[in-house]
Design a protein around this ligand. Structure first.
Ligand SMILES: O=C(O)CCC(=O)C(=O)O
Length: 265
């Protein structure tokens, strides 16, 4: 089955990912294979979503997307997708590691009229003592930039942890100013075909524009880290929450390897 097949990654692509902290790859899941996964994800998001407020009544984070986590725990079809060797091997190859584990998945559906995704660093949230973390962000429909393809600050991953700056109006102001001051080149796909994906490092600064269209931007993410990584200090409140949810029972210094974090490839 397609999810266990190899997606060839060249040495030039590995070098580009390691230099920029992100890369766009086409046909990570060829479009003809998407419908069953798309449908299972839409169904699971509908079942699990707890957001009922109108967009105008939410804060900036709430307007950015409907965020539904670990869909694989609730749908066998989504589980097949999240556990796919094909995606995990891309993650391992780009990071230059032998094997990766699953951290968690999340659907990030930016609604029609949804707001910006503020500038942020994912690894602010993750109690993982390694630089080898990566998110696959796949669109399940053809989308254009004005629906919210991700915008990356190329090379910003080398900065490492920039502090306790969770996704918010403050992160948008503070980190946008940082990106401008440092003069990072910005990269954003003008369009992405269904099944294309970006991969970005946990430290890479990124954001997204609003969804100006009248259609949902259905994005599915899977987050991986290098097998062998340990749990870091729980030095901000989001890392405590993430440890409780994604690394149950693990203490700082322990291997990051709970039953929710299988080796995938
Ligand atoms: O989907 C978005 O707008 C933001 C995605 C993101 O921040 C991520 O996947 O790390």
């Amino acid at each position: 089955m397609i999810l266990n097949t190899e997606y060839p990654i060249t040495a030039a692509q590995v070098a580009a990912y390691q230099r920029d902290g992100h890369i766009l790859l086409d046909d990570v899941l060829p479009a003809s294979h998407i419908p069953p996964y798309h449908d299972a994800m839409v169904r699971t998001v509908a079942e699990r979503n707890t957001e009922t407020r109108a967009l105008k009544d939410r804060d900036t984070y709430g307007m950015a997307f409907l965020q539904t986590t670990n869909l694989w725990e609730y749908s066998e079809v989504v589980k097949e997708y999240v556990m796919a060797k094909r995606f995990a091997r891309i993650a391992a190859r780009l990071m230059g590691v032998e094997r990766v584990r699953l951290y968690h998945d999340q659907a990030l559906f930016k609604e029609a009229g949804g707001g910006i995704t503020p500038w942020h660093q994912d690894q602010h949230y993750w109690p993982l003592a390694t630089d080898k973390t990566i998110t696959m962000w796949m669109t399940l429909a053809d989308i254009s930039a004005d629906m919210g393809t991700l915008r990356f600050a190329s090379g910003s991953h080398v900065e490492g942890y920039l502090g306790d700056i969770p996704i918010s109006d403050e992160s948008e102001a503070q980190l946008r100013a940082f990106v401008e001051r440092k003069g990072f080149t910005l990269a954003q796909a003008d369009m992405m075909r269904a099944g294309a994906a970006t991969f970005h490092s946990g430290w890479t600064l990124h954001s997204a524009p609003p969804n100006f269209s009248n259609r949902m931007r259905p994005a599915m993410t899977v987050i991986y880290f290098a097998d062998g990584a340990r749990v870091s200090a729980l030095d901000n409140k989001n890392r405590i929450g993430d440890r409780d949810r994604w690394l149950p029972g693990a203490e700082p210094g322990d291997p990051a390897a709970s039953p929710l974090n299988p080796v995938l490839g």
